[in-house]
Design a binder for this molecule. Structure first.
Ligand code: GLN
Length: 239
């Protein structure tokens, strides 16, 4: 950790918070505090400078216009690039995932991304909306991903990243893979409640940020109920 407390930055809540993305900051903070770690959550709006010294940066989902504006401001600010160079953790969701890449489409125009992840997003022929599930890259040691997606873009992965998961329900990047990761940067199409539905993913981000490999267990009764309910919903939809 860079300071005495774990510093979590919620990036541009005024632009990138379509699906209650604040929940991811709340969940990370709670799971850290349950392990006795002091936590500071900073909400940095798009008209403010982004501090480059935080441990975890959360970038949420957004509609096309705010997504394009958010990417332009993050590129101009440069703080996220400095933070990544210093080893910070970045978690991007949907629009926040796409804008970490080389480029993405918004309102029919291609925009430059931050080039932090080797991914490129194009327009899809239809919107991908609904349950998203997948088997996570074995190196990450996580149970299956459980999520909800709503995006028009399709994402192609370059050689510099690995897919987060192989899709078992929904679309994700392209119907075959979902999300991407490299080092301590991770992006997913799983929306706002991503960490509520994936507590092990929240703990992975905490382990990356703190360097603590064995986090004490916490009571995951409620997230496990939610995961079971969503698994049943996916199975029922399959018939
Ligand atoms: N605008 C992007 C897309 O539709 C991201 C949408 C989102 O974050 N929900 O692909």
């Amino acid at each position: 950790m860079s300071t005495e407390s774990l510093r979590i930055v919620w990036v541009y809540p005024d632009l990138l918070s379509t699906y209650g993305d604040r929940g991811n900051a709340l969940i990370l903070a709670r799971r850290a505090r349950q392990r006795g770690m002091p936590v500071e959550v900073l909400e940095v709006r798009s008209d403010q400078r982004l501090p480059a010294t935080a441990d975890i940066y959360l970038i949420g989902g957004g509609e096309d216009g705010p997504q394009a504006l958010g990417a332009q401001r993050l590129i101009a600010d440069g703080g996220l690039h400095r933070a990544v160079a210093q080893g910070s953790v970045v978690f991007g969701v949907c629009a926040g995932y796409q804008l970490l890449g080389n480029s993405f489409f918004a309102k029919g125009t291609r925009y430059a991304g931050l080039e932090l992840l080797d991914i490129t997003s194009d327009r899809g022929e239809s919107r991908a909306v609904g349950e998203l599930a997948g088997d996570v890259d074995g190196r990450l040691g996580l149970p299956p991903l459980s999520g909800f997606e709503n995006h028009g873009g399709r994402t192609h992965l370059g050689p510099g990243v690995a897919p987060l998961a192989r899709v078992t329900a929904g679309v994700g990047n392209d119907g075959a893979t979902e999300g991407a990761w490299r080092g301590k940067l991770l992006g997913t199409y799983s929306h706002g409640p991503a960490l509520a539905r994936n507590p092990a993913l929240a703990d992975l981000l905490l382990r990356w940020a703190t360097g603590v490999h064995q986090l004490p267990p916490v009571d995951d009764t409620w997230p496990e109920r939610l995961r079971a309910e969503r698994r049943a919903a996916v199975a029922a939809a399959r018939g």
